[in-house]
Design a protein. Structure first.
Length: 277
């Protein structure tokens, strides 16, 4: 799903949490593909602004492919359309896990939040390089959201400008990413989270028709640590503010702020002899 959904797929959540700061010259020495497993556990709000929390763990295989155009790597799955030393344009694909309304008290009796798939263009701009081992980068992704639940249906669009400071240790044995972003959505995706149709209205949950606009402002810190050539640990913490959200009056938006945290590992089992270009 989109980055607006706090419960986005954990594989996509880890997008910039490991090896994201390795420079182009080092990237050329990486294997063309790698196969392994990753484990991940996180606690987050059930959805942006929810008072209930979701704590989940996953253990899944992962596959990395570093082609010149098609790429499935630590920054997601997509196709690179253009790249220079300063600017990169790609089209990415990501997803999120579903959530049952039975697990969220204020949504009891309402339709579940289904599996969401996101895709769209993303412009990445290297704003400043304080050193060879660090950079300041601006990302401008525009994403279409599709829900997969009893078929496929569009659920609107989101825009998530993100400014990050990335740095790494020698040989990329550790990396760190500090970032600031905001998430805005059109009326449809905001309605997906915050609408209350008259049929589902109660005394504690009056009917509400959501508007497009700001969903949240997010500050995050993430990092990785290489334990061995095959094993890497990663983690993150995030703080999100909904104080300025366009749908602050929705009965489903229960909190002024929310926090998330997660820990995980990646374990490489096999890698190609061929090098990435």
């Amino acid at each position: 799903m989109t980055a607006t959904h706090i419960r986005r797929a954990f594989a996509c959540c880890t997008a910039a949490w490991f090896a994201a700061s390795v420079p182009a010259a080092a990237q050329q020495q990486l294997p063309l593909w790698e196969l392994g497993a990753f484990g991940f556990a996180a606690t987050t709000p059930a959805y942006p602004g929810a008072s209930d929390r979701s704590t989940r763990g996953l253990l899944l295989p992962y596959f990395i492919y570093r082609g010149e155009v098609f790429r499935a790597d630590q920054e997601g799955v997509g196709a690179r359309l253009f790249r220079s030393d300063r600017v990169e344009l790609d089209v990415g694909l990501a997803g999120s896990l579903p959530a049952s309304s039975d697990d969220v008290e204020i949504r009891e009796g309402m339709p579940d939040l289904g599996t969401l798939v996101e895709f769209g263009p993303r412009l990445k701009i290297n704003v400043y390089r304080p050193s060879e081992a660090s950079r300041v980068r601006l990302e401008l992704p525009l994403r279409a959201v599709i829900e997969l639940r009893g078929g496929a249906r569009g659920q609107g669009y989101t825009f998530e400008p993100r400014l990050s400071y990335e740095t790494r240790g020698e040989g990329a044995r550790w990396t760190m990413d500090a970032n600031l972003s905001l998430v805005a959505g059109d009326r449809k995706i905001n309605g997906y989270f915050y609408d209350v149709a008259p049929a589902y209205a109660t005394a504690a949950r009056p009917a509400y028709d959501a508007a497009g606009g700001l969903m949240l402002v997010r500050v995050g810190l993430s990092g990785t640590r290489m334990i061995s050539p095959d094993l890497r640990l990663f983690g993150f913490v995030r703080y999100e503010s909904y104080a300025g959200a366009a749908n602050r009056q929705s009965p489903l938006l229960r909190q002024e702020h929310g926090t998330s945290a997660g820990l995980g590992f990646t374990w490489t089992l096999k890698r190609s002899v061929a090098r990435a270009r």
